[in-house]
Design a protein around this ligand. Structure first.
Ligand SMILES: Nc1ncnc2c1ncn2[C@@H]1O[C@H](COP(=O)(O)OP(=O)(O)OP(=O)(O)O)[C@@H](O)[C@H]1O
Length: 168
């Protein structure tokens, strides 16, 4: 699942997890639990072995999602939902994971801006950064890279469409 920041992905996923607490999983948990720690050397080895769907380095620490972590979610009978951006979508497309791609789109860039500002979590600078990234994400979604595009205008309607796509 990918969407520009501020579109409403967390809002919708929260509803989904509340309604279906045992059906889904993430490759890493949101709250910092369930992380798998390893040494930097081992992490670099995994990069060389192309074990990661995506990885990044922030302030000297490495973070990443391995293909195996996603497969592990499936082996316990859950569906793994990945919260990824367009780079992540491209990376997943390069794996053998049997993935389906969903893009959650804002009704317009103007409304996205209102949501980001309304959430009260962003500085003016970070709003501009997110809007610039959103424009690229929206352009990418027009290339047919996703199996489904849901426009999050009305929350209940978007949630119904999300359930229909994800449970099929
Ligand atoms: N359909 C909707 N109509 C109006 N407001 C909405 C709708 N969906 C979500 N919002 C509001 O928009 C704001 C952004 O939503 P949310 O935090 O879920 O976005 P997000 O896509 O998860 O962003 P991020 O990727 O930055 O975490 C929130 O204040 C949320 O309440």
């Amino acid at each position: 699942m990918s969407s520009p920041s501020g579109t409403g992905k967390s809002t919708l996923l929260k509803k989904l997890f509340a309604e279906f607490p045992d059906k889904f999983g993430f490759s890493v948990s949101i709250n910092g639990k369930d992380y798998h720690f390893t040494t930097v050397d081992d992490f670099k080895k995994l990069i060389d072995e192309k074990a990661f769907i995506e990885w990044a380095q922030f302030s000297g620490n490495y973070y990443g999602t391995t293909i195996k972590a996603v497969e592990d979610v499936a082996t316990v009978g859950r569906t793994c939902i990945l919260d990824i951006d367009m780079q992540g979508v491209k990376s997943v497309k390069n794996t053998n994971l049997n993935a389906r791609f969903l893009f959650l789109a804002p009704p317009s860039v103007e409304i996205l801006r209102q949501r980001l500002e309304g959430r009260g979590t962003e500085t003016q600078e970070s709003v501009e950064k997110r809007i610039a990234a959103a424009t690229a994400e929206i352009e990418y979604s027009k290339t047919g890279a996703h199996d489904k595009i849901i426009v999050n205008d009305d929350l209940d309607k978007a949630y119904a469409e999300l359930k229909e796509f994800i449970l099929q």
